[in-house]
Design a protein around this ligand. Structure first.
Ligand code: DX5
Ligand code: ZN
Length: 218
Protein backbone atom coordinates (compact mmCIF):
# COMPACT_ATOMS: atom_id res chain seq x y z
CA UNK A 1 0.00 0.00 0.00
CA UNK A 2 1.60 3.27 -1.05
CA UNK A 3 1.91 6.12 1.40
CA UNK A 4 0.95 4.83 4.82
CA UNK A 5 2.31 7.19 7.44
CA UNK A 6 2.38 6.57 11.20
CA UNK A 7 2.83 9.69 13.33
CA UNK A 8 3.18 9.05 17.09
CA UNK A 9 1.85 11.87 19.26
CA UNK A 10 4.15 13.08 22.01
CA UNK A 11 1.11 14.12 24.02
CA UNK A 12 1.39 10.59 25.44
CA UNK A 13 5.18 10.71 25.88
CA UNK A 14 7.00 11.43 29.14
CA UNK A 15 7.42 15.20 29.15
CA UNK A 16 10.55 15.09 31.33
CA UNK A 17 12.16 12.30 29.31
CA UNK A 18 11.24 13.62 25.93
CA UNK A 19 14.61 12.94 24.30
CA UNK A 20 14.53 9.28 25.33
CA UNK A 21 10.95 8.90 24.10
CA UNK A 22 11.77 10.56 20.77
CA UNK A 23 14.65 8.14 20.28
CA UNK A 24 12.20 5.25 20.62
CA UNK A 25 10.15 6.27 17.58
CA UNK A 26 12.86 6.43 14.93
CA UNK A 27 10.82 4.12 12.69
CA UNK A 28 7.89 6.56 12.57
CA UNK A 29 7.27 8.83 9.59
CA UNK A 30 6.70 12.03 11.56
CA UNK A 31 6.38 12.97 15.21
CA UNK A 32 2.99 14.54 15.93
CA UNK A 33 3.21 17.57 18.21
CA UNK A 34 -0.03 18.73 19.87
CA UNK A 35 -0.02 22.42 20.78
CA UNK A 36 -2.98 23.39 23.02
CA UNK A 37 -3.79 26.78 24.49
CA UNK A 38 -6.57 26.05 27.03
CA UNK A 39 -8.81 28.23 24.90
CA UNK A 40 -9.52 26.42 21.65
CA UNK A 41 -9.51 23.21 23.72
CA UNK A 42 -9.81 22.75 27.50
CA UNK A 43 -6.19 21.64 27.94
CA UNK A 44 -2.74 23.17 27.81
CA UNK A 45 0.50 21.69 26.54
CA UNK A 46 3.48 23.67 25.25
CA UNK A 47 4.48 26.35 22.77
CA UNK A 48 7.22 27.26 20.30
CA UNK A 49 10.14 27.05 22.73
CA UNK A 50 9.45 23.42 23.53
CA UNK A 51 8.63 22.56 19.93
CA UNK A 52 11.92 24.06 18.78
CA UNK A 53 13.81 21.72 21.13
CA UNK A 54 11.78 18.78 19.89
CA UNK A 55 12.66 19.83 16.34
CA UNK A 56 16.37 19.83 17.25
CA UNK A 57 16.14 16.45 18.97
CA UNK A 58 13.68 14.37 16.97
CA UNK A 59 14.96 11.64 14.62
CA UNK A 60 11.95 12.23 12.34
CA UNK A 61 10.33 15.42 10.97
CA UNK A 62 7.66 17.28 12.93
CA UNK A 63 3.92 17.25 12.22
CA UNK A 64 2.59 20.13 14.33
CA UNK A 65 -1.13 20.11 15.23
CA UNK A 66 -2.28 23.47 16.54
CA UNK A 67 -5.33 23.34 18.81
CA UNK A 68 -5.23 27.05 19.46
CA UNK A 69 -7.03 30.25 18.58
CA UNK A 70 -5.02 33.14 17.10
CA UNK A 71 -3.62 30.89 14.37
CA UNK A 72 -2.51 33.85 12.23
CA UNK A 73 -0.27 35.00 15.03
CA UNK A 74 1.26 31.64 15.95
CA UNK A 75 1.19 29.19 13.04
CA UNK A 76 3.94 30.75 10.87
CA UNK A 77 6.44 30.53 13.75
CA UNK A 78 6.17 26.74 13.78
CA UNK A 79 6.90 26.64 10.06
CA UNK A 80 9.87 28.96 10.61
CA UNK A 81 11.39 26.75 13.30
CA UNK A 82 11.46 23.92 10.77
CA UNK A 83 8.31 21.84 11.26
CA UNK A 84 7.64 19.69 8.18
CA UNK A 85 3.91 20.33 8.46
CA UNK A 86 1.77 22.77 10.37
CA UNK A 87 -1.95 22.02 10.78
CA UNK A 88 -4.37 24.60 12.14
CA UNK A 89 -8.09 24.15 12.82
CA UNK A 90 -10.58 25.33 10.24
CA UNK A 91 -12.80 26.51 13.11
CA UNK A 92 -10.04 28.85 14.33
CA UNK A 93 -8.97 30.41 11.04
CA UNK A 94 -10.36 33.67 9.67
CA UNK A 95 -8.86 33.02 6.23
CA UNK A 96 -7.66 29.41 5.96
CA UNK A 97 -6.43 29.71 2.39
CA UNK A 98 -4.32 32.79 3.08
CA UNK A 99 -2.78 31.11 6.11
CA UNK A 100 -2.08 27.88 4.19
CA UNK A 101 -0.31 29.91 1.50
CA UNK A 102 1.79 31.63 4.15
CA UNK A 103 2.84 28.30 5.60
CA UNK A 104 3.76 26.94 2.18
CA UNK A 105 5.74 30.09 1.40
CA UNK A 106 7.82 29.46 4.51
CA UNK A 107 8.40 25.89 3.34
CA UNK A 108 6.06 23.79 5.46
CA UNK A 109 3.28 21.50 4.36
CA UNK A 110 0.01 23.26 5.12
CA UNK A 111 -2.65 21.30 6.99
CA UNK A 112 -6.21 22.05 8.02
CA UNK A 113 -8.08 20.12 10.73
CA UNK A 114 -11.79 19.66 11.40
CA UNK A 115 -13.44 18.77 14.69
CA UNK A 116 -16.05 15.96 14.68
CA UNK A 117 -19.00 18.34 14.28
CA UNK A 118 -17.43 20.36 11.47
CA UNK A 119 -18.36 19.43 7.90
CA UNK A 120 -15.68 19.01 5.23
CA UNK A 121 -17.75 19.90 2.19
CA UNK A 122 -16.55 23.51 2.33
CA UNK A 123 -13.03 22.28 1.59
CA UNK A 124 -13.92 20.37 -1.59
CA UNK A 125 -13.40 23.33 -3.91
CA UNK A 126 -10.05 24.25 -2.35
CA UNK A 127 -8.38 20.89 -1.67
CA UNK A 128 -5.24 21.87 -3.53
CA UNK A 129 -4.63 24.79 -1.19
CA UNK A 130 -3.69 22.21 1.45
CA UNK A 131 -1.13 19.42 1.68
CA UNK A 132 -3.03 17.50 4.32
CA UNK A 133 -6.47 17.46 5.88
CA UNK A 134 -6.95 16.16 9.41
CA UNK A 135 -10.28 14.56 10.30
CA UNK A 136 -10.44 14.41 14.09
CA UNK A 137 -11.72 11.07 15.39
CA UNK A 138 -12.13 12.38 18.96
CA UNK A 139 -13.03 15.79 20.37
CA UNK A 140 -9.62 17.48 20.44
CA UNK A 141 -8.00 18.11 23.80
CA UNK A 142 -6.91 14.84 25.35
CA UNK A 143 -5.13 11.60 24.53
CA UNK A 144 -6.59 8.20 25.34
CA UNK A 145 -10.16 8.84 24.18
CA UNK A 146 -12.31 6.39 22.19
CA UNK A 147 -12.23 6.37 18.39
CA UNK A 148 -15.34 7.93 16.82
CA UNK A 149 -16.31 5.53 14.04
CA UNK A 150 -19.10 7.93 13.09
CA UNK A 151 -16.45 10.12 11.42
CA UNK A 152 -15.74 7.46 8.78
CA UNK A 153 -18.47 8.55 6.32
CA UNK A 154 -17.07 12.10 6.38
CA UNK A 155 -13.57 10.78 5.76
CA UNK A 156 -14.83 8.58 2.92
CA UNK A 157 -16.62 11.54 1.26
CA UNK A 158 -13.41 13.55 1.47
CA UNK A 159 -11.42 10.66 0.04
CA UNK A 160 -13.84 10.18 -2.87
CA UNK A 161 -13.75 13.88 -3.65
CA UNK A 162 -9.95 13.99 -3.53
CA UNK A 163 -9.77 10.97 -5.86
CA UNK A 164 -12.31 12.48 -8.25
CA UNK A 165 -10.30 15.68 -8.47
CA UNK A 166 -6.96 13.91 -8.77
CA UNK A 167 -5.78 15.65 -5.60
CA UNK A 168 -2.56 14.60 -3.88
CA UNK A 169 -3.73 15.82 -0.47
CA UNK A 170 -2.90 13.53 2.47
CA UNK A 171 -5.84 12.48 4.66
CA UNK A 172 -4.99 12.22 8.32
CA UNK A 173 -6.90 10.84 11.29
CA UNK A 174 -6.17 11.64 14.93
CA UNK A 175 -7.76 10.26 18.07
CA UNK A 176 -8.32 6.74 19.35
CA UNK A 177 -6.17 5.14 16.65
CA UNK A 178 -5.02 1.67 17.75
CA UNK A 179 -4.36 -1.76 16.29
CA UNK A 180 -8.10 -2.43 16.51
CA UNK A 181 -9.36 0.83 14.91
CA UNK A 182 -6.73 1.77 12.33
CA UNK A 183 -8.02 -0.59 9.60
CA UNK A 184 -11.44 1.13 9.60
CA UNK A 185 -9.80 4.50 9.08
CA UNK A 186 -7.57 3.12 6.33
CA UNK A 187 -10.58 1.58 4.57
CA UNK A 188 -12.38 4.93 4.70
CA UNK A 189 -9.41 6.54 2.95
CA UNK A 190 -6.95 7.78 5.56
CA UNK A 191 -3.26 7.50 4.69
CA UNK A 192 -1.72 9.27 7.69
CA UNK A 193 -2.39 8.03 11.21
CA UNK A 194 -1.71 9.79 14.48
CA UNK A 195 -1.40 7.55 17.53
CA UNK A 196 -0.52 8.70 21.03
CA UNK A 197 -1.44 6.19 23.70
CA UNK A 198 -1.21 3.22 21.30
CA UNK A 199 2.50 3.99 20.71
CA UNK A 200 3.80 5.55 23.93
CA UNK A 201 1.58 3.37 26.13
CA UNK A 202 3.18 0.26 24.63
CA UNK A 203 6.18 -1.47 26.21
CA UNK A 204 7.91 -1.30 22.85
CA UNK A 205 6.90 1.78 20.82
CA UNK A 206 8.85 0.56 17.78
CA UNK A 207 6.86 -2.67 17.68
CA UNK A 208 3.63 -0.73 18.20
CA UNK A 209 4.45 1.41 15.16
CA UNK A 210 5.08 -1.67 13.04
CA UNK A 211 1.84 -3.30 14.26
CA UNK A 212 -0.12 -0.17 13.30
CA UNK A 213 1.56 -0.11 9.91
CA UNK A 214 0.64 -3.74 9.31
CA UNK A 215 -3.00 -3.26 10.32
CA UNK A 216 -3.33 -0.13 8.20
CA UNK A 217 -2.19 -2.01 5.11
CA UNK A 218 -4.28 -5.12 5.79
C1 DX5 B 1 -6.01 14.95 20.86
C2 DX5 B 1 -4.72 15.07 20.12
C3 DX5 B 1 -4.18 13.77 19.68
C4 DX5 B 1 -3.84 12.83 20.82
C5 DX5 B 1 -4.24 11.47 20.36
O1 DX5 B 1 -6.67 16.14 20.89
O2 DX5 B 1 -4.87 15.88 18.94
O3 DX5 B 1 -3.06 13.92 18.81
O4 DX5 B 1 -2.49 12.82 21.18
O5 DX5 B 1 -4.08 10.57 21.40
P1 DX5 B 1 -4.61 9.07 21.31
O6 DX5 B 1 -3.94 8.43 20.14
O7 DX5 B 1 -4.24 8.49 22.62
O8 DX5 B 1 -6.12 9.16 21.10
ZN1 ZN C 1 -3.24 15.82 17.46
Amino acid sequence: VPGIRINPSILSADFVNMQADLERIGSADFVHVDVMDNHFVPNLTFGPQMVERVQQTSPVPLDVHLMITDVDRWAPGYAELGAASVTFHLEAAADPIALARRLRDIGARAGVAVKPATPVEGLFEVLDEFDQILVMTVEPGFGGQSFMADQMPKLARLHDEARRRGSQVWLQVDGGISESTIAQAAQAGADTFVAGSAVFGADDPGRAIEALRREASS
